[in-house]
Design a binder for this molecule. Structure first.
Ligand SMILES: NC(=O)c1ccc[n+]([C@@H]2O[C@H](COP(=O)([O-])OP(=O)(O)OC[C@H]3O[C@@H](n4cnc5c(N)ncnc54)[C@H](O)[C@@H]3O)[C@@H](O)[C@H]2O)c1
Length: 243
Protein backbone atom coordinates (compact mmCIF):
# COMPACT_ATOMS: atom_id res chain seq x y z
CA UNK A 1 0.00 0.00 0.00
CA UNK A 2 2.50 2.59 -1.23
CA UNK A 3 -0.15 5.33 -1.48
CA UNK A 4 -2.04 4.92 1.79
CA UNK A 5 -3.33 8.36 2.84
CA UNK A 6 -2.28 10.01 -0.45
CA UNK A 7 -4.62 12.09 -2.60
CA UNK A 8 -4.17 12.17 -6.38
CA UNK A 9 -5.55 14.00 -9.41
CA UNK A 10 -5.41 12.07 -12.71
CA UNK A 11 -6.39 13.63 -16.06
CA UNK A 12 -7.45 11.52 -19.02
CA UNK A 13 -8.82 9.16 -16.37
CA UNK A 14 -11.39 7.59 -18.70
CA UNK A 15 -8.78 6.66 -21.32
CA UNK A 16 -6.65 3.54 -21.65
CA UNK A 17 -3.58 4.55 -19.65
CA UNK A 18 -5.48 6.92 -17.34
CA UNK A 19 -7.93 4.22 -16.23
CA UNK A 20 -5.01 1.91 -15.41
CA UNK A 21 -3.33 4.68 -13.39
CA UNK A 22 -6.54 5.35 -11.42
CA UNK A 23 -7.00 1.62 -10.71
CA UNK A 24 -3.36 1.22 -9.68
CA UNK A 25 -3.29 4.21 -7.35
CA UNK A 26 -6.55 3.21 -5.66
CA UNK A 27 -5.47 -0.43 -5.33
CA UNK A 28 -2.50 0.82 -3.31
CA UNK A 29 -4.47 3.05 -0.98
CA UNK A 30 -4.69 6.45 -2.71
CA UNK A 31 -7.90 8.43 -3.01
CA UNK A 32 -8.21 9.66 -6.57
CA UNK A 33 -9.99 12.55 -8.31
CA UNK A 34 -10.61 11.49 -11.90
CA UNK A 35 -10.73 14.20 -14.57
CA UNK A 36 -11.87 13.65 -18.15
CA UNK A 37 -14.47 14.96 -20.57
CA UNK A 38 -16.82 12.08 -19.73
CA UNK A 39 -16.23 10.38 -16.37
CA UNK A 40 -19.52 8.47 -16.27
CA UNK A 41 -17.88 5.03 -16.34
CA UNK A 42 -14.94 5.86 -14.07
CA UNK A 43 -14.69 4.50 -10.53
CA UNK A 44 -12.93 7.06 -8.36
CA UNK A 45 -13.26 9.01 -5.11
CA UNK A 46 -14.14 12.26 -6.89
CA UNK A 47 -15.23 12.89 -10.46
CA UNK A 48 -14.17 16.11 -12.20
CA UNK A 49 -15.72 16.21 -15.66
CA UNK A 50 -14.73 18.98 -18.04
CA UNK A 51 -12.89 20.03 -21.16
CA UNK A 52 -9.18 20.73 -20.73
CA UNK A 53 -9.41 23.22 -23.60
CA UNK A 54 -11.48 25.36 -21.23
CA UNK A 55 -8.76 27.43 -19.51
CA UNK A 56 -10.86 28.05 -16.40
CA UNK A 57 -11.46 24.29 -16.00
CA UNK A 58 -7.75 23.47 -16.33
CA UNK A 59 -6.79 26.34 -13.99
CA UNK A 60 -9.26 25.09 -11.36
CA UNK A 61 -8.65 21.34 -11.47
CA UNK A 62 -5.93 21.13 -8.80
CA UNK A 63 -7.97 23.16 -6.32
CA UNK A 64 -11.11 21.17 -7.16
CA UNK A 65 -9.22 17.93 -6.45
CA UNK A 66 -7.74 19.32 -3.21
CA UNK A 67 -11.14 20.44 -2.04
CA UNK A 68 -12.89 17.16 -3.00
CA UNK A 69 -10.22 14.93 -1.42
CA UNK A 70 -9.23 17.13 1.54
CA UNK A 71 -5.67 17.56 0.21
CA UNK A 72 -3.47 16.88 -2.79
CA UNK A 73 -0.20 14.92 -2.96
CA UNK A 74 0.05 13.59 -6.53
CA UNK A 75 -0.91 15.04 -9.92
CA UNK A 76 -0.80 12.95 -13.10
CA UNK A 77 -1.11 14.95 -16.33
CA UNK A 78 -2.02 12.06 -18.58
CA UNK A 79 -4.73 13.37 -20.94
CA UNK A 80 -3.56 13.73 -24.51
CA UNK A 81 -4.68 13.82 -28.12
CA UNK A 82 -2.90 12.73 -31.27
CA UNK A 83 -3.16 14.53 -34.57
CA UNK A 84 -1.49 12.96 -37.57
CA UNK A 85 0.30 14.13 -40.68
CA UNK A 86 3.16 16.40 -41.67
CA UNK A 87 2.93 20.15 -41.09
CA UNK A 88 1.48 20.69 -44.57
CA UNK A 89 -1.54 18.58 -43.62
CA UNK A 90 -2.03 20.11 -40.17
CA UNK A 91 -5.08 22.34 -39.86
CA UNK A 92 -5.45 25.29 -37.51
CA UNK A 93 -7.93 23.15 -35.55
CA UNK A 94 -5.35 20.30 -35.18
CA UNK A 95 -2.76 22.83 -34.02
CA UNK A 96 -5.05 24.40 -31.42
CA UNK A 97 -6.28 21.01 -30.17
CA UNK A 98 -2.80 19.48 -29.85
CA UNK A 99 -1.22 22.49 -28.17
CA UNK A 100 -4.28 23.02 -25.97
CA UNK A 101 -4.60 19.52 -24.57
CA UNK A 102 -0.99 18.28 -24.67
CA UNK A 103 0.87 21.43 -23.60
CA UNK A 104 -1.32 24.27 -22.35
CA UNK A 105 -3.49 22.13 -20.05
CA UNK A 106 -0.52 20.49 -18.24
CA UNK A 107 1.06 23.95 -17.95
CA UNK A 108 -2.12 25.39 -16.40
CA UNK A 109 -2.61 22.39 -14.08
CA UNK A 110 1.01 22.41 -12.91
CA UNK A 111 0.98 26.18 -12.40
CA UNK A 112 -2.01 25.83 -10.11
CA UNK A 113 -0.93 22.56 -8.43
CA UNK A 114 2.64 23.51 -7.50
CA UNK A 115 1.71 26.11 -4.85
CA UNK A 116 -0.89 23.72 -3.41
CA UNK A 117 1.66 20.88 -3.17
CA UNK A 118 4.34 23.24 -1.82
CA UNK A 119 2.04 24.59 0.90
CA UNK A 120 1.49 21.02 2.09
CA UNK A 121 5.22 20.26 2.19
CA UNK A 122 5.71 18.72 -1.26
CA UNK A 123 4.37 16.11 -3.63
CA UNK A 124 4.83 14.48 -7.01
CA UNK A 125 3.75 15.34 -10.52
CA UNK A 126 3.98 12.81 -13.36
CA UNK A 127 3.38 13.86 -16.96
CA UNK A 128 2.67 11.47 -19.81
CA UNK A 129 4.95 12.55 -22.64
CA UNK A 130 6.04 10.09 -25.36
CA UNK A 131 9.10 8.46 -26.94
CA UNK A 132 8.08 10.58 -29.91
CA UNK A 133 8.74 13.68 -27.83
CA UNK A 134 12.33 12.55 -27.30
CA UNK A 135 13.02 11.60 -30.92
CA UNK A 136 10.70 12.37 -33.83
CA UNK A 137 8.54 9.76 -35.53
CA UNK A 138 7.32 10.23 -39.11
CA UNK A 139 4.10 12.00 -40.12
CA UNK A 140 3.07 13.28 -36.69
CA UNK A 141 4.91 16.60 -36.66
CA UNK A 142 2.72 18.57 -34.28
CA UNK A 143 2.07 15.62 -31.94
CA UNK A 144 5.83 15.01 -31.61
CA UNK A 145 6.41 18.72 -31.02
CA UNK A 146 3.80 18.88 -28.25
CA UNK A 147 5.32 15.88 -26.48
CA UNK A 148 8.82 17.41 -26.83
CA UNK A 149 7.40 20.59 -25.28
CA UNK A 150 5.90 18.64 -22.40
CA UNK A 151 9.17 16.75 -21.90
CA UNK A 152 11.10 20.03 -21.78
CA UNK A 153 8.56 21.61 -19.42
CA UNK A 154 8.94 18.56 -17.17
CA UNK A 155 12.73 18.94 -17.07
CA UNK A 156 12.47 22.66 -16.33
CA UNK A 157 9.82 22.26 -13.63
CA UNK A 158 11.67 19.29 -12.15
CA UNK A 159 14.67 21.56 -11.63
CA UNK A 160 12.78 24.67 -10.54
CA UNK A 161 10.53 23.08 -7.91
CA UNK A 162 12.71 20.38 -6.34
CA UNK A 163 13.62 22.82 -3.56
CA UNK A 164 9.93 22.88 -2.60
CA UNK A 165 9.91 19.10 -2.15
CA UNK A 166 8.02 18.62 -5.41
CA UNK A 167 9.31 15.94 -7.78
CA UNK A 168 8.20 16.38 -11.39
CA UNK A 169 8.95 13.62 -13.90
CA UNK A 170 7.55 12.21 -17.13
CA UNK A 171 6.88 8.79 -18.53
CA UNK A 172 7.60 8.41 -22.25
CA UNK A 173 5.80 5.40 -23.74
CA UNK A 174 6.20 4.01 -27.22
CA UNK A 175 3.08 2.31 -28.68
CA UNK A 176 0.41 1.35 -26.12
CA UNK A 177 -2.72 -0.75 -26.74
CA UNK A 178 -5.33 1.93 -25.94
CA UNK A 179 -8.30 3.58 -27.70
CA UNK A 180 -5.90 6.30 -28.97
CA UNK A 181 -3.90 3.74 -30.97
CA UNK A 182 -6.80 1.46 -31.90
CA UNK A 183 -9.13 4.19 -33.21
CA UNK A 184 -6.23 5.47 -35.33
CA UNK A 185 -5.92 2.02 -36.94
CA UNK A 186 -9.69 1.73 -37.41
CA UNK A 187 -9.84 5.19 -39.01
CA UNK A 188 -7.19 4.14 -41.51
CA UNK A 189 -9.16 0.98 -42.41
CA UNK A 190 -7.07 -1.59 -40.47
CA UNK A 191 -8.45 -4.23 -38.10
CA UNK A 192 -7.17 -2.96 -34.69
CA UNK A 193 -6.50 -6.47 -33.24
CA UNK A 194 -4.49 -7.52 -36.25
CA UNK A 195 -2.65 -4.21 -36.47
CA UNK A 196 -1.74 -4.36 -32.75
CA UNK A 197 -0.45 -7.94 -33.16
CA UNK A 198 1.59 -6.98 -36.23
CA UNK A 199 2.99 -3.89 -34.51
CA UNK A 200 4.01 -6.13 -31.61
CA UNK A 201 6.36 -8.01 -33.95
CA UNK A 202 8.39 -4.79 -34.36
CA UNK A 203 9.03 -4.56 -30.60
CA UNK A 204 12.07 -6.48 -29.22
CA UNK A 205 9.95 -7.67 -26.24
CA UNK A 206 7.47 -9.12 -28.76
CA UNK A 207 4.38 -7.03 -28.03
CA UNK A 208 3.34 -3.40 -27.71
CA UNK A 209 2.66 -2.08 -24.20
CA UNK A 210 -0.57 -2.65 -22.33
CA UNK A 211 -1.85 0.34 -20.28
CA UNK A 212 -0.70 -1.33 -17.03
CA UNK A 213 2.90 -1.48 -18.32
CA UNK A 214 2.88 2.32 -18.42
CA UNK A 215 0.75 2.84 -15.29
CA UNK A 216 3.21 0.80 -13.21
CA UNK A 217 6.02 3.22 -14.14
CA UNK A 218 3.79 6.24 -13.43
CA UNK A 219 3.07 4.77 -9.99
CA UNK A 220 6.79 4.24 -9.40
CA UNK A 221 7.52 7.89 -10.31
CA UNK A 222 4.71 9.05 -8.01
CA UNK A 223 5.95 6.86 -5.15
CA UNK A 224 8.64 7.34 -2.53
CA UNK A 225 10.79 4.77 -4.37
CA UNK A 226 11.50 7.59 -6.88
CA UNK A 227 12.32 10.07 -4.08
CA UNK A 228 15.55 11.29 -5.71
CA UNK A 229 14.14 11.68 -9.27
CA UNK A 230 13.37 15.20 -10.50
CA UNK A 231 12.94 16.16 -14.15
CA UNK A 232 13.53 12.63 -15.44
CA UNK A 233 12.10 11.47 -18.76
CA UNK A 234 11.60 7.72 -18.40
CA UNK A 235 11.27 5.78 -21.66
CA UNK A 236 9.04 2.72 -21.49
CA UNK A 237 9.39 1.05 -24.86
CA UNK A 238 9.87 -2.73 -24.70
CA UNK A 239 13.28 -2.21 -26.29
CA UNK A 240 11.88 -0.40 -29.35
CA UNK A 241 13.57 2.94 -29.81
CA UNK A 242 12.19 5.52 -32.20
CA UNK A 243 14.39 5.12 -35.29
N1 LIG B 1 -1.40 4.99 -26.84
C1 LIG B 1 -0.15 5.25 -27.18
O1 LIG B 1 0.41 4.55 -28.05
C2 LIG B 1 0.63 6.36 -26.52
C3 LIG B 1 2.02 6.42 -26.73
C4 LIG B 1 2.75 7.45 -26.12
C5 LIG B 1 2.11 8.37 -25.33
N2 LIG B 1 0.75 8.28 -25.14
C6 LIG B 1 0.12 9.30 -24.29
O2 LIG B 1 -0.54 8.67 -23.22
C7 LIG B 1 -1.59 9.51 -22.72
C8 LIG B 1 -2.85 8.70 -22.56
O3 LIG B 1 -3.26 8.26 -23.83
P1 LIG B 1 -4.09 6.91 -24.11
O4 LIG B 1 -3.29 6.11 -25.06
O5 LIG B 1 -4.55 6.32 -22.84
O6 LIG B 1 -5.27 7.55 -24.97
P2 LIG B 1 -6.84 7.59 -24.73
O7 LIG B 1 -7.35 8.29 -25.94
O8 LIG B 1 -7.35 6.25 -24.38
O9 LIG B 1 -6.97 8.54 -23.44
C9 LIG B 1 -6.78 9.93 -23.48
C10 LIG B 1 -7.82 10.57 -22.58
O10 LIG B 1 -7.62 11.99 -22.58
C11 LIG B 1 -8.89 12.59 -22.59
N3 LIG B 1 -8.89 13.92 -23.20
C12 LIG B 1 -8.49 14.23 -24.46
N4 LIG B 1 -8.80 15.50 -24.72
C13 LIG B 1 -9.39 16.02 -23.61
C14 LIG B 1 -9.94 17.28 -23.28
N5 LIG B 1 -9.95 18.30 -24.15
N6 LIG B 1 -10.46 17.46 -22.06
C15 LIG B 1 -10.48 16.44 -21.15
N7 LIG B 1 -9.97 15.21 -21.41
C16 LIG B 1 -9.45 15.00 -22.64
C17 LIG B 1 -9.74 11.66 -23.46
O11 LIG B 1 -11.14 11.88 -23.22
C18 LIG B 1 -9.25 10.30 -23.07
O12 LIG B 1 -10.04 9.68 -22.08
C19 LIG B 1 -1.70 10.66 -23.75
O13 LIG B 1 -1.07 11.81 -23.26
C20 LIG B 1 -0.96 10.11 -24.95
O14 LIG B 1 -0.46 11.13 -25.77
C21 LIG B 1 0.00 7.29 -25.69
Amino acid sequence: MRFEGKRALVTGAAGGIGAAIVRGLRAEGARVAAADRDVAGVEADALLPGDLLDAAHADGLAEAARSALGGLDIVVNNAGVITRGPVTETSDADWALSLGVNVEAPFRICRAAIPILAAAGGGAIVNTASCWGLRPGPNHAVYCMTKAALASLTQCMGMDHAHQGIRINAVCPNEVNTPMLRTGFARRGFDPDRAVAELGLTVPLGRIAEPEDIADVVLFLASDAARYMCGSLVEVNGGKAVA
